[in-house]
Design a protein around this ligand. Structure first.
Ligand SMILES: Nc1ncnc2c1ncn2[C@@H]1O[C@H](COP(=O)(O)OP(=O)(O)OP(=O)(O)O)[C@@H](O)[C@H]1O
Length: 328
């Protein structure tokens, strides 16, 4: 359904010289530098997959999505989406996809939401029956009924995003690209949006590519994640495996009776130590492969009167942060 083979995208940027004079010179300069935003990226996505497409700021996510939508042409490599080459068959491709891009809106600012929906019905040639059914069902799931008559400019961020999502799915697209669909929203709205995306996927087999910095979105919606860094593929696989492969960090917290605490010397090379005197909590952080949890606990029990202990595995968010910072 989506196939990228060795795709690279270079941006040609006018070389900037420092200072005001430099800025003016740059206006007439023909010196360029090349920024490789996507660097030999390959992956394929099948119908009905829910894929989290993530990476640090500037990793190349938007550039990749824009190439998949046909807005940008790759510098090299091959892209196929629904058997089409998106940048060559841009309009045909656009009819089969839905998009929610953070800053861009499909809805007209000054007219009522339902009028924008009606406009989309004509743009996408949505048969009346399907249109009516979708508006009704989406309104129920996303609680849109009170909003349909309101102009978009009067909607709150969460209300607007719910309408944007409905607009993106209105023509039953085969693929939907979502860029940060829950950013800045409260927990209840986030939950509703995530439920809607899952529901659409289950009902229509819609393929969803989700770009987000919110790991909760990823955990609740996606089964697979693709992580890119500096235009390169870092990880592509099931979300469940990322913890097995990279989640080696452990944190054990001990409640102790003593008012003072130091790290047992035997643990020093491998373990990061923190002590919060007022609560008498010792927190030890280490990598599984360096030392075993039972060894750490045994040594602490020898040295301190331990009242309680809790052990945490690292959450996906910390694992991903580590991957962004250190690579795989
Ligand atoms: N039109 C452009 N001209 C020149 N460089 C660009 C252009 N668009 C993006 N870039 C550069 O390409 C790289 C990738 O940018 P891109 O917007 O694809 O990243 P991103 O992963 O979507 O980041 P973010 O999470 O911040 O949205 C960045 O270094 C960015 O500065």
């Amino acid at each position: 359904m989506i196939e990228l083979k060795n795709v690279t995208k270079d941006y040609k940027i006018v070389k900037k010289k420092p200072g005001l004079r430099g800025a003016v010179q740059s206006l007439f300069s023909h010196e360029y530098e090349i920024k490789t935003a996507v660097n030999g990226l390959s992956f394929s996505i099948s119908e009905g997959e829910l894929v989290g497409f993530i990476g640090a700021n500037g990793a190349g996510k938007s550039t990749t999505i824009k190439m998949l939508c046909g807005i940008l042409t790759p510098s090299s490599g091959e892209i196929r989406v629904n058997e089409l080459v998106p940048y060559q068959q841009r309009q045909k491709n656009a009819k089969r996809i839905g998009v929610v891009f953070g800053q861009r809106s499909q809805l007209m600012w000054d007219i009522a939401v339902e009028e924008s929906f009606d406009l989309l019905k004509h743009i996408y040639d949505i048969p009346e029956e399907i249109y009516q059914q979708n508006v009704k069902e989406f309104s129920e799931i996303l609680n849109l009924t009170p909003l349909l008559r309101m102009p978009v400019r009067k909607l709150s961020l969460g209300q607007k995003m719910r309408c944007e999502l409905a607009a993106a799915f209105l023509h039953n697209p085969a693929i939907v690209y979502l860029d940060e669909p829950t950013i800045g929203l409260d927990v209840a709205v986030k939950r509703r949006i995530r439920a809607f995306i899952r529901e659409m996927n289950a009902r229509m087999q819609t393929t969803v590519i989700l770009t987000t910095h919110d790991m909760q979105d990823i955990e609740e919606i996606c089964k697979r994640i693709i992580i890119i860094d500096d235009g390169n593929l870092l990880y592509d696989g099931p979300i469940a495996s990322i913890r097995e492969r990279f989640g080696h960090k452990r944190i054990i917290q001990f409640d102790i009776e003593e008012e003072q605490a130091v790290l047992p010397s035997e643990l020093a090379p491998h373990v990061q130590f923190e002590f919060d005197a007022p609560s008498r909590k010792v927190s030890l952080t280490f990598q599984n492969e360096d030392i075993s949890a039972s060894h750490v606990i045994g040594l602490m029990l020898q040295q301190y009167r331990v009242l309680d202990l809790t052990m945490q595995d690292t959450d996906i968010e910390s694992i991903v942060r580590d991957i962004y910072e250190r690579g795989v």
